[in-house]
Ligand binder design. Structure first.
Ligand SMILES: Nc1ncnc2c1ncn2[C@@H]1O[C@H](COP(=O)(O)OP(=O)(O)OP(=O)(O)O)[C@@H](O)[C@H]1O
Length: 256
C-alpha cells in the first residue's frame, strides 16, 4: 500500500513544528526523512503512527484516511518503531515480540510472514529469546523491537532512527532486512550515508518544512546539505555500490 502525506501541519505547546509536509512512499518503497535535530522528523512520523494528531492535511494509506481509522485498525496496518521506548516491566524477549500480534485477531493474520522465532532469527536475536527485555543492551533491544514489528506483518513500517544503538554490522543488516521485506517504509535517519545507500527517496526537513526531496543523488548535494546542516560536504561515489556517499568537514575548516 502506498502512503501519502499532503499539506501536513503539526503543533505542540502552541507552536507550529511541522508545516506543509508533502511526501509519498510508493507501495513497497523505502523513503527516508533526514534533517537536523528538532527539524520535525519524529513529529511527522508520530502523526503517521498516531501518537500526534496533525492540525491539518491528510495522511492516506492505500488511499484510505489513516487519521480517521480506529486506532485498532491503523495498528493492524502500521508497525512503528519509536525513537525511545522504555520497558517498565521485565517481559521476556519472546513475550515482547509476541506483543506484535496484539492488534490482530487470529483470523486477520496473513498466512505468510514472520512468527516470533523467524523474526528473532532475522534480527540475529534468537539466542536472547528467554532473556528479560530490561537486561538487553541498547542495540539488542532495538533489534528485538524490530522483530516485534515484523511479527505484526504490517502494510506500513514507520521507523524512527532504526539504526540507533546498533553497531555497523547490525546497522547494515537491519536496513538490508527492511529493504528485503518489501514493506512500504517511512524512516527517519540521522546517518546521511545510510540514507543514501538504502532509501529510494529522501526528504530533507529544516525547521518543520521539507526543503528538498527526491532520489539520494539529487538531494544529497554539497549545496543542500551545507545549507541545512552547516557543514561542508564532498560527494563521492561508493566504488562498489555506486551510491553517493558524503565526506564531511566542519563549515569553518578551510581544508587543504
Ligand atoms: N510535545 C512537545 N511539546 C513541545 N515541543 C515539542 C513537542 N514535541 C516536539 N516538540 C518540538 O518540536 C520540534 C521538532 O521535534 P522533533 O522531535 O519532531 O524533531 P526531530 O527532527 O525528530 O529531532 P531529533 O533529530 O533531535 O530527533 C523540536 O523543537 C521539539 O522540541
Amino acid at each position: 500500500m502506498d502512503l501519502e502525506l499532503r499539506e501536513v501541519a503539526v503543533s505542540a505547546a502552541g507552536e507550529r513544528i511541522v508545516e506543509d509536509v508533502n511526501l509519498r512512499v510508493p507501495s513497497g518503497g523505502l523513503v527516508g526523512l533526514v534533517g537536523p535535530n528538532g527539524s520535525g522528523k519524529s513529529s511527522t512520523l508520530r502523526c503517521v503512527y498516531r501518537t500526534m494528531r496533525p492540525d491539518r492535511g491528510s495522511i492516506r494509506l492505500g488511499g484510505r484516511n489513516l487519521v480517521a481509522m480506529s486506532l485498532r485498525e491503523s495498528a493492524r496496518l502500521t508497525a512503528a518503531l519509536p525513537q525511545e521506548s522504555r520497558s517498565e516491566f521485565d517481559f521476556t524477549v519472546t513475550e515482547v515480540v509476541e506483543m506484535g500480534r496484539t492488534p490482530h485477531r487470529e483470523s486477520t493474520l496473513k498466512p505468510n510472514g514472520y512468527g516470533p522465532i523467524e523474526a528473532l532469527r532475522a534480527v540475529d536475536c534468537l539466542h536472547l529469546a528467554e532473556r528479560g527485555i530490561v537486561s538487553l543492551s541498547g542495540g539488542e533491544k532495538q533489534r528485538v523491537l524490530i522483530a516485534r514489528a515484523l511479527v505484526q506483518r504490517p502494510e506500513l513500517l514507520v521507523l524512527d532512527e532504526p539504526t540507533n544503538h546498533l553497531d555497523i554490522r547490525h546497522q547494515l543488516e537491519v536496513l538490508s532486512l527492511v529493504r528485503r521485506l518489501g514493506i512500504t517504509t517511512l524512516t527517519a535517519l540521522h546517518d546521511l550515508n545510510l540514507a543514501a545507500a538504502w532509501c529510494d527517496h529522501i526528504h530533507v526537513l529544516q525547521r518543520g518544512r521539507v526543503v528538498a526531496g527526491g532520489p539520494p543523488g539529487e538531494v544529497l548535494t554539497p549545496e543542500t546539505i551545507g545549507a541545512v546542516f552547516g557543514v561542508r560536504v564532498h560527494v563521492v561515489e561508493h566504488p562498489e555500490t555506486r551510491v553517493p556517499q558524503l565526506l564531511f568537514a566542519p563549515a569553518e575548516t578551510t581544508g587543504t
